[in-house]
Design a protein around this ligand. Structure first.
Ligand SMILES: [Zn+2]
Length: 512
C-alpha cells in the first residue's frame, strides 16, 4: 500500500474513533435532567438504602461494627455490578475498593469517601445517633416512608449523614441512574472508601504501601466535607498540610512565693507568652525567619478564582459573633492560601478561686501549623527551632534533669506531632477544567476554591504532584459535621447524585 494511502486510511480511522468517542460521550445537561427524573421516581428506595447504612455504628475503634459497615458497602457495590474487595491491615478498619471497568478505556478516575464517623456525645443529640430520623424545616420528625411526597428541604439526622456516608450513597446511586438511562462511563471508575479518616487516617500510608495498586488512578475526586456557605456546589483544588507542636517552658523546680522571689526568679508563663509573641503577630503573620520562603505564589487562575468566590463574611461574622477579623482585612479565602500558626491551648498555674501568688514551675503551649505548598513539616521544623534558639532558649527533647536546668536559664521542651504536607492541583489542567465544565453544564456551576483551609491527606494520592486530586463535597454547610445532630439536607443528596451521574458518563479520556 502506498504510504500516502496508508496515512489517509489511518486518518479516516482516527476521525471515526474521535466521532465514536464523541457520540459515546454523554451530554451532562441531559444526564443531569434524566437522572433527576429517575431519582424523583426512586427517592424512597434511595433513602431506605441510606438509612440502613446510617444505622450501623461507625466509630473507627469499634472493630465489629466498622467491619459491618465495610461489608454493607461491599454489598451495595456488588449490587451495582462493581468488583469490590475489602483490603485489610491488622488492627485497622478495612478499605473498600470497588472497580467498574470500561472496555477499551485508557484512564481510571477514582472517587474517595470515608465511612467512619466522629465520636458522639449522646447527651447533646436530640435522638439516637445511629437511628436515622427525618425532620422537616420546623425540626419536627417526619414519617418519610409513608409520606405522600418527599420535601427536598427535609434532613436526615444521624452520625455521618453528611460526613461522609451521603457521598457513598450519592456515588453509588448515580450508577443506578446511569444504568436506567442505558449510559456507560467512558473511563474506568474506581471507588475507595476509607474507615478511619475521622481518626486521622493513621494507617492510610501503610495501606498505600501494602496495596500500591489501590491508589493507581489518573485522577482523584475526593468527596468529603460541606459545599460553599452560599449553598453553591464547589470544587476544591487543594488542602493545607498540618503539623502539631507542644512547647513546655520550665521555671523553678518548685512553686515559689512571688513576693519573695518575683523579679528575680523568671516566671515560665511570661517566658512562654513572649516566645509565642515572637512567633506570630496579631494579624496572623508568622514572624519566624524564612517561614514564607517556600510559599508558592498564587497563579493567575487561582487569583481569578479567589476574586469570584461569593462573599459570605458578613454572615459568618454574625454567626460567630465576632466584631472584627485578623489578616489586615484580607478576605478569608485569600488568607487560607497562607500558612497559619494556631494556638490550641495554654496550660499553666491557676486562675479564679484557685489562683495563688506563686511563680509556677512550668508553662505549656500547644500549637498547630497549617502549611501550604511547597512547605512540608520537615522544611519548617528547623526554621521554628532556629527561631526558638534565637530567642535564647535551650531546646530539650526530654524533661530536663538538674544538670540541664542549671546549665541554662531558658529551657524549652520541643515535641513535634505527626504531620503531612499540603496538596494543590492546578486549576487549568484539562481534568480540572473538565470537572468544572461538566458541573456547569449540569446546572451546578461550582464555586472554585484553590485550597481548603483544613487538612486532608490528599498528597498521598498525588504521587509526587503528578496526579490531580480535586475535592467535590456535597453536604450542606450547616450539617453539624463532627458535632451533635449531624444531618444531611435531601436537596444536597439529590444534587450530588445528578452531578456524579454527569461525571461518570461525561468524563473523557484526556491527558491530565
Ligand atoms: Zn469527612
Amino acid at each position: 500500500m502506498p504510504v500516502r494511502q496508508h496515512s489517509r486510511m489511518k486518518f479516516a480511522l482516527a476521525l471515526f474513533l474521535v466521532m465514536l468517542n464523541t457520540s459515546l460521550r454523554a451530554d451532562p445537561a441531559t444526564v443531569a435532567q434524566n437522572s433527576r427524573a429517575w431519582r424523583v421516581q426512586h427517592e424512597r428506595d434511595i433513602l431506605a438504602e441510606f438509612a440502613a447504612l446510617l444505622s450501623i455504628p461507625n466509630l473507627a475503634n469499634d472493630a465489629p461494627n466498622i467491619g459491618r459497615n465495610a461489608e454493607a458497602i461491599r454489598t451495595i457495590c456488588e449490587k451495582r455490578g462493581l468488583v469490590a474487595k475489602l483490603l485489610a491491615i491488622e488492627g485497622a478498619p478495612p478499605v473498600v475498593v470497588a472497580d467498574l471497568a470500561t472496555p477499551n478505556a485508557k484512564r481510571t478516575v477514582a472517587f474517595y469517601a470515608h465511612y467512619d464517623g466522629q465520636p458522639i456525645d449522646r447527651s447533646q443529640w436530640k435522638s439516637e445517633p445511629w437511628k436515622p430520623v427525618m425532620r422537616n424545616q420546623a425540626g419536627d420528625d417526619v414519617d418519610w416512608r409513608n409520606a405522600k411526597s418527599i420535601d427536598p428541604e427535609w434532613r436526615f439526622f444521624a452520625r455521618s449523614a453528611g460526613d461522609d456516608k451521603a457521598a457513598i450513597i450519592a456515588m453509588l446511586t448515580a450508577l443506578d441512574a446511569l444504568h436506567s438511562l442505558a449510559l456507560k462511563p467512558a473511563v474506568n471508575l474506581r471507588f475507595v472508601f476509607e474507615g478511619e479518616e475521622e481518626a486521622g487516617s493513621p494507617h492510610l500510608a501503610d495501606y498505600l504501601e501494602k496495596f500500591p495498586e489501590m491508589s493507581h488512578a489518573d485522577a482523584w475526586v475526593f468527596c468529603d466535607g460541606p459545599v460553599h456557605q452560599s449553598r453553591r456546589m464547589e470544587l476544591v483544588f487543594g488542602a493545607r498540610g498540618t503539623v502539631g507542636l507542644e512547647l513546655t517552658v520550665y521555671g523553678p523546680i518548685k512553686g515559689l512565693h512571688d513576693g519573695h522571689y518575683g523579679n528575680w526568679v523568671a516566671n515560665p508563663i511570661v517566658r512562654l507568652t513572649h516566645l509565642i509573641d515572637s512567633m506570630r503577630d496579631e494579624s496572623g503573620r508568622i514572624l519566624i525567619k524564612g517561614f514564607y520562603d517556600d510559599v508558592r505564589e498564587s497563579t493567575a487562575s487561582e487569583k481569578e478564582a479567589l476574586a469570584k468566590i461569593p462573599n459570605v463574611e458578613g454572615e459568618l461574622r454574625r454567626e460567630f459573633q465576632i466584631g472584627a477579623t485578623e489578616g489586615n482585612g484580607k478576605p478569608l479565602n485569600e488568607l487560607l492560601m497562607l500558612p497559619g500558626l494556631n494556638l490550641r491551648g495554654i496550660e499553666a498555674g491557676h486562675v479564679g478561686a484557685l489562683a495563688s501568688n506563686t511563680i509556677p514551675t512550668e508553662a505549656r503551649a500547644s500549637i498547630d501549623f497549617r502549611l501550604v505548598p511547597d512547605e512540608t513539616p520537615e522544611s519548617i521544623k528547623p526554621l521554628v527551632e532556629r527561631h526558638i534558639a534565637a530567642q535564647g532558649f535551650s531546646i530539650v527533647r526530654q524533661t530536663p534533669d538538674v544538670a540541664a536546668r542549671l546549665a541554662s536559664g531558658r529551657i524549652v521542651k520541643v515535641e513535634w506531632g505527626v504531620g503531612y504536607p499540603a496538596s494543590r492541583t492546578p486549576l487549568d489542567l484539562p481534568f480540572s477544567r473538565e470537572l468544572a465544565a461538566i458541573m456547569s453544564a449540569a446546572g451546578h456551576e461550582p464555586v472554585v476554591l484553590p485550597t481548603a483551609g483544613g487538612s486532608l491527606p490528599m498528597d498521598l494520592f498525588q504521587h509526587g504532584g503528578n496526579v490531580p486530586v480535586i475535592a467535590f463535597p456535597i453536604a450542606n454547610h450547616d450539617d453539624n459535621q463532627h458535632a451533635a445532630n449531624e444531618n444531611m439536607r435531601l436537596q444536597n443528596l439529590w444534587d450530588g447524585i445528578e452531578v456524579f451521574a454527569s461525571f461518570f458518563s461525561s468524563l473523557t479520556n484526556p491527558k491530565n
